[in-house]
Ligand binder design. Structure first.
Ligand SMILES: [Mn+2]
Length: 410
């Protein structure tokens, strides 16, 4: 059996207000071709399909369109689990029409795929946290753990565990779940697991919303299912293997660069060949990068203008850092933005001052209203209209009433 492991598509995501959906569409077109080329039996998407729980219609549309292409009328299985960015119920809501195509959309750790025929495949056994599927004469037992928030985790455990069990650390509780579902693994089956969790020791980027707060939602390597031949993970945006000599556990990472901390390496997915009781053969397959994120370090305004002129037709997102004696005038900011599209940020590097001092130096003489105007201009290349100005002043003048409710998981 040959599977393809990917994750963290984050469809609908913006980069500081700029939509990435054109790039995401290109990725999806390439991806459909790739699964054909590589003769993939089953595609596994390990969570964070969308960037948030209420994705734009265009993002949902491109997701369904590519699922349809990938599955090719139920000839190729697709297994999708929810990540911490997805709304689990919404993700699995399309199941009634997805099932016929051999597409499985799992929202929560409690989700169960009923036994039966799906497209060209048979789910011969299933329950909370696992399914056994027959694909072209081969059988695979798949442990499924969609993003286990503390709340969702308690929902599975609350029925049959004592208080003390429930107090166990998050990692141990995940370990218990895998231990119990691992009993479904057999010697005559392909044995794999899929989840969206943060494994302790993983290398993070700036574009993941942290799953763990203060480390409490991190999972230790010892709590992963060690009998699995391959563990397909989602959450970290840099592709990487979990640091373990025994396990083949991988983060595929996101298909696109979603922050400037993701510039230094290529994006990819894993193609994995599996046979019962044999070691998995894992191969990297790299994605195209249609619009890289770049940081341009410029010696001064002239240098910045030159770079923009030279690269004005290049497709890329740019963070401009300009060495300067003083802050950068609105006139120059406008010149730069007129020359080159998709400049995300223009940041002066003022000699002899650290960043904070520099920012303070240029702002201390101005009123809040002027500062907002400057900021708006630097971001949008135009002055804010009166409606936006009024709204800003209204908000800014409300005395420090902060929203205390913080959503840590959706
Ligand atoms: Mn993610």
């Amino acid at each position: 059996m040959r599977i393809l492991h990917t994750s963290d598509w984050h469809l609908g995501k913006n980069l500081e207000g700029y939509s990435r959906m054109d790039e995401q569409e290109k990725f999806l077109e390439d991806f459909s071709l790739l699964v054909d080329e590589k003769n993939i039996d089953m595609v596994i998407i390990a969570g964070d399909i969308y960037d948030n729980s209420n994705p734009p219609a265009r993002a949902e549309n491109m997701f369904y369109k590519s699922l349809k292409e990938i599955t090719s009328n139920g000839k190729r299985a697709i297994l999708v689990i929810a990540g911490n960015h997805d709304n689990p119920d919404r993700l699995s809501a399309a199941s009634p029409i997805a099932y016929d195509q051999g597409i499985f959309l799992l929202g929560t750790p409690k989700s169960i795929i009923p036994k039966g025929q799906y497209g060209n495949f048979t789910v011969v056994d299933s329950g909370e946290g696992f399914l056994e599927i027959e694909i072209n004469g081969e059988k695979a037992v798949i442990l499924t753990l969609p993003y286990p928030s503390e709340k969702r985790l308690n929902e599975i455990l609350s029925d049959n565990l004592e208080d003390e069990e429930r107090r166990k650390s998050y990692s141990d509780r995940i370990g218990e779940i895998f231990k119990s579902s691992s009993t479904k693994f057999r010697e005559d089956t392909i044995n794999i697991a899929v989840s969206h969790i943060f494994v302790l020791g993983g290398e993070t980027s700036e574009s993941e919303r942290p799953i763990e707060l203060g480390g409490s939602l991190a999972v230790e390597v010892k709590n992963l299912p060690d009998k699995a031949q391959y563990i397909a993970l989602g959450h970290l945006h840099k592709p990487q293997a979990v640091n373990s000599k025994r396990l083949k556990a991988f983060y595929s990472g996101s298909p696109l660069q979603y922050s400037k901390s993701e510039i230094g390496y290529s994006k990819l997915c894993y193609v994995v060949d599996l046979k019962p009781s044999e070691e998995a053969v894992v191969e990297k397959t790299y994605f195209n990068n249609y619009k890289p994120i770049e940081v341009w370090k410029c010696k001064g305004i002239e240098d910045a203008l030159n770079k923009c002129e030279l690269n004005k037709d290049k497709s890329c997102w740019v963070y401009l850092e300009i060495e300067s004696e003083t802050y950068i005038s609105q006139e120059n900011i406008k010149k730069i933005r007129d020359l080159k599209a998709d400049i995300i940020e223009i940041k002066p590097k003022i000699k002899g001052l650290d960043e904070e001092e520099a920012a303070f130096d240029s702002v201390k003489e101005k009123s809040m209203k002027e500062l907002f105007k400057d900021y708006y201009f630097s971001e949008r290349g135009k002055e804010p209209d009166s409606e936006i100005m009024d709204l800003f002043l209204e908000i800014a003048c409300e005395d420090g009433e902060e929203d205390e409710t913080k959503d840590t998981e959706s």
